[in-house]
Design a protein around this ligand. Structure first.
Ligand code: SF4
Length: 1009
């Protein structure tokens, strides 16, 4: 009798009552008596997904008469085995909370109260405000006279809380309206991940997946406290440790992750590149690299052109006025055929291997120790343990989160870890990879669907004004190679872009009209419309109105003093959320008189996760369906319905006339929101009968995979990476099959559970787990193998034979050259990561060069943006931030959970005993924490978890505060972002949340909120 884990639990009485154990010959009397009293008697069971972290824990929701009775973990979810952390365990109380928004609320300009309004009234007024603003401010051309067809005075923010299907219709709506100020949480949590991993391997996603962490021999956790912030991840860390893995936690403070690791190494926030740069030096000097992997699968042997140089902190090609590099100075030297020249002897002074060696030669252990505050002994302990995985039979994995991403060098932090992994041969293998622990529940999916100003769904750069035709756009965006062994998969980009345009504009999109490419709004080249710039332009009165769904920027964006002022300068603001938060209620925030706030505010009550259906994608790219278990509370609605209704009301208005109506009226937009229908379209279908090879497909038939998408208008697909997930075989995101072959079971692959993009491939770049003849490097942990002329195991990352064989191809199919990139010439701030101090630094000298900070970092300038000078004596302490197990992100949801709030009730600041003594602060004192941007109060938590660092020969203090609190509740302490800086990484403009300078003192008076 085959039983799933959940089935077994049901059978034993822990699930739905009434299942007969008598069939198993067990005396049922006591169980039946117990089961009869279960609160879930008569309930229906639905599978849903926790709406918090990207572990995506599946839940079982029990509802009766449309109401939620109970929510518990799903034992069949392979990642959690039915476990839930504190947040997941509180889901029922959050879904049924009396604090939920249940009616549409309106706040008139200058009013001091909310008014309940009917949905119809709200929707009509919202559509009118959108049209009025668009008609007034629509810009056909930019200052250079190029056609741009955009609106700059409107914005949209959010949300990684939405499902993939909601994201797809939202993206379509935003582009149709011509909005370019468009961003969501991915910008502020993991935007640096995508360009870092894409530059290194070809794709921007986590390479492996959660259950695979259990296969590692060494685990390096840096910039993450996953035991507390991604708890189900840590389960797999512990599994690996129990099998003998060494677990290293390199992080500023001691936490639960440190406590369960083999050892913890405290590091000064903002010095990860120094630490990892030293590891690269160690690998190269001690020959710890995996030689065949490095030679065959990376660009170590490529020769860089003569224009490349690096002098005292700056690469060649730097323009100090524009603070930008001319990246052509970093190009590879090419042969007559246009291919990069290689030196497989590694003797050429400009081959990547030698440049790498030279670059990191300065990163000796002594200097690294002096900069990072890590003792030389601890540095070597990590280097030795981790680099021991540079062998075919060993696997090391890197786990990181916001501790790496949120820096002015965020992209390069991750790039350097990717380089370490490539040198050690740790990419593509079981137990290896870079496990980027994405933040919000569906931030992977909403990044794939590009709720970001700079991308179209599926990772295509947004068109710019200097590419007025589709042909020009595709020519510039589609890489080409003459190397027959390089797959260069991005060479297929035209098929994906055309299929996207075809799905947006339907029959109106034809080859003759460039598939309506001219209707897509264009950015000016280099235009930055991310969060920091949105709020800067709002503050400068250039943005007049907009929409925010499932996002709380008045709490979560740096320098919230400015953000809050900016929001209260708007003419109108539409928000959709589950609870009140600092943004919904900003018009009466401390320091503002509602009478003076002219903003017309529309607050739309949103359905919560278990009240709607759709898919989310966890961090490991598992694409999973969740079912609607209960009716939305009160009058709340799911966001997909809201987007579709708003857009359709706007369309109705434009049908009667308005400015440049074509992008709105020519859309193939749904009349009502149906998650299943949108999921089908994300995959895509054929628009006519076609024959591909020896196969025939009928019009309307689902496309079996993205290899069948075409650039002639014969296919639609809203997001090519999801093509293959909803085929004629059905919606594969709904799969719950836990069966595995022995080979798959050995590495916990679970290929039948849900579906993973791309094409159900569980480990990206898995062709690098085998040698050039297709033989697994590690026969004990096989991901794929070439056997009898075919691949077995995981879905191979490219179906061609292994690289050494006839018709064989290189394993990194997404890079132009087919090899992974140790040297990455595509990023804004250099082909090799270099240590620069954070924008605010306690040091006056950078020991590695004369260049103190990242020369290309984005500095926002306004009269409210300030930056402490280097080693500013007024602010000698480094402040870093972090999450909590009990609260999620800005805390706007979890602060409404009584149990969660009881466990973590207030803003606090962790500091060492030494600092507390120096400042005369005792445990429990209320403290004023001050930066150049402002002050925030917090309760002192004096602890040994944070210790003073010795940096550059001096004692340096670091303090930490959680980022989950705000003024609305609880009434103690405001957001840490009253202190943080508006500085962005040059590649993504992710803000530097993790290191700014503060001072602190015991508060004389506790501020009432
Ligand atoms: S917050 Fe994350 S670890 Fe906790 S229950 Fe939800 S998905 Fe699982």
């Amino acid at each position: 009798m085959g039983l799933s884990r959940r089935g077994f639990l049901k059978m034993t009485g822990a699930g739905v009552a009434g299942m007969a154990l008598g069939r198993l010959g067990i005396d049922l009397t006591p169980v039946s008596a117990y089961a009869a009293g279960l609160k879930i008697d008569g309930c229906k069971e639905f599978i849903s997904i926790c709406p918090f972290c990207s572990c995506g824990c599946n839940t079982l929701v029990y509802s009766r008469d449309g109401k939620i009775i109970s929510i518990e973990g799903d034992p069949d979810y392979p990642i959690s085995d039915g476990g839930l952390c504190a947040k997941g365990a509180s889901l029922k109380s959050l879904h049924t909370s009396p604090e939920r928004l249940t009616k549409p609320l309106y706040r008139a300009p200058g009013s001091d109260k909310w008014e309940e309004k009917p949905w119809d009234w709200m929707m009509e007024r919202i559509a009118a405000r959108i049209k009025e603003t668009r008609d007034r401010d629509f810009k056909e051309k930019n200052a250079a006279g190029q056609v741009v067809n955009r609106v700059e005075s409107m914005f949209h923010l959010g949300s990684s809380q939405v499902s993939n299907e909601e994201a797809a219709v939202l993206h379509q709506m935003v582009r149709a309206l011509g909005i370019v100020h468009f961003d969501h949480q991915a910008r502020i949590c993991h935007s640096s991940t995508v360009p870092a991993l894409a530059e290194s391997f070809g794709r921007g996603a986590m390479t492996n997946h959660y259950t695979d962490i259990g296969n590692a021999d060494a685990i390096l956790i840096m910039g993450s406290n996953c035991a507390e912030h991604h708890p189900m991840t840590f389960k797999w860390v512990i599994k690996a440790k129990e099998k003998g893995a060494v677990v290293m936690h390199v992080d500023p403070k001691f936490s639960r992750t440190s406590a369960r690791s083999t050892f913890h190494v405290p590091i000064r926030s903002g010095t990860d590149i120094a630490f990892l740069g030293g590891m690269v030096k160690y690998i190269l000097e001690k020959k710890k690299y995996f030689e065949q992997y490095m030679m065959e699968y990376t660009n170590a042997s490529f020769i860089v052109g003569e224009k490349f140089s690096f002098t005292d902190g700056l690469f060649s090609g730097f323009d100090p006025k524009r603070k930008k590099y001319d990246k052509s100075a970093w190009a590879f030297e090419k042969d007559e055929a246009g291919l990069p020249k290689r030196d497989t002897t590694l003797k050429h002074p400009r081959c990547v291997y030698n440049l790498l060696k030279k670059h990191y030669d300065r990163y000796d252990t002594k200097t690294v120790s002096s900069v990072t505050g890590v003792s030389e002994k601890d540095i070597l302990r990590v280097y030795e343990a981790y680099t021991a995985t540079g062998r075919p039979d060993k696997a090391g994995t890197v786990i990181y989160a916001l501790g790496w991403t949120q820096h002015s060098v965020g992209v390069q932090n991750i790039r350097l870890s990717a380089m370490v992994q490539l040198l050690l041969g740790n990419i593509g293998i079981a137990g290896g990879g870079i496990n980027a622990l994405r933040g919000e529940p569906n931030v992977q999916g909403t990044t794939d669907h590009a709720l970001l100003y700079g991308y179209l769904p599926g990772y295509h750069n947004v068109p710019t004004a200097d590419r007025p035709t589709l042909a020009e756009y595709l020519k510039a965006e589609t890489p080409a190679t003459k190397d027959p062994k390089s797959v260069n998969w991005w060479g297929n980009r035209p098929k994906y872009v055309v299929s996207l345009l075809k799905s947006w504009y339907g029959d109106n999109a034809t080859k003759e009209n460039d598939f309506c490419y001219s209707l897509v709004p264009k950015l000016d080249p280099g235009m930055d419309c991310s969060h920091l710039y949105i709020f800067d332009r709002m503050y400068k009165d250039q943005i007049k109105g907009g929409t925010i769904f499932g996002h709380n920027p008045a709490q979560s964006i740096p320098n919230t003093h400015k953000v809050r002022k900016a929001l209260n300068s708007l003419d109108w603001l539409v928000m959709g959320d589950v609870f009140h938060n600092e943004t919904t209620d900003n018009w009466h925030a401390p320091g503002f008189d509602p009478k003076n706030v002219k903003t017309e505010v529309f607050l739309l009550p949103s359905a919560y996760r278990a009240e709607k259906e759709g898919t989310i994608s966890n961090s490991g790219r598992w694409h999973m369906w969740h079912y609607k278990a209960a009716d939305p509370l009160g009058e709340s609605r799911n966001m997909g319905e809201m987007f579709v209704e708003i857009m359709n009301r706007v369309r109705a208005l434009y049908a009667k006339g308005g400015t440049f109506p074509d992008p709105i009226l020519k859309q193939d937009f749904p009349e009502t929101f149906d998650a299943d229908a949108v999921a089908k379209k994300c995959n895509g279908w054929f628009t006519k009968d076609v024959t591909i090879g020896d196969k025939q497909f009928k019009k309307g038939q689902q496309v079996p995979g993205f290899a069948q998408l075409a650039d002639d208008g014969s296919t639609v697909s809203l997001c090519w990476v999801y093509c293959g997930g909803y085929t004629e075989a059905g919606n594969l995101a709904k799969r719950r099959d836990l069966t595995q072959t022995p080979m798959q079971a050995k590495i916990a692959m679970f290929p039948g559970f849900a579906w993973a993009w791309p094409m159900n491939r569980r480990v990206l770049y898995n062709r690098a787990s085998v040698d050039p003849n297709g033989k697994p490097y590690n026969p004990e942990r096989v991901v794929i193998a070439w056997e009898d002329g075919k691949w077995v195991g995981d879905v191979p990352d490219g179906g061609a034979p292994p690289m050494a064989m006839e018709k064989g191809t290189y394993p990194f199919i997404m890079t132009t050259e087919g090899r992974s990139q140790l040297y990455g010439p595509g990023r804004a701030d250099g082909p090799f990561p270099e240590h620069y101090e954070p924008a605010e630094t306690p040091l006056s000298v950078n020991p590695f060069s004369k260049q103190m900070n990242n020369p290309c970092m984005k500095v926002i300038e306004s009269n409210m943006d300030t930056l402490a000078k280097n080693a500013d004596p007024r602010f000698p302490i480094v402040l870093t931030s972090y999450s909590l197990t009990e609260h999620w992100c800005s805390g706007s949801e979890t602060r409404n959970g009584p149990a969660l709030l009881e466990a973590e009730p207030q803003q606090y600041i962790e500091m060492s005993h030494e600092l507390a003594k120096e400042k005369g602060i005792a445990n429990g004192d209320v403290v004023d924490v001050e930066s150049l941007r402002g002050t925030c109060q917090a309760v002192a938590m004096v602890t040994v978890r944070i210790r003073p660092f010795t940096v550059a020969g001096k004692t340096l203090h670091l303090v930490g505060m959680p980022f989950a609190f705000g003024w609305t509740k609880p009434k103690c302490g405001d957001s840490i972002n009253r202190l943080t800086v508006s500085i962005g990484d040059p590649n993504t403009t992710i803000p530097e949340y993790k290191a700014c300078l503060v001072n602190l003192r015991k508060a004389e008076k506790v501020t009432e909120l």
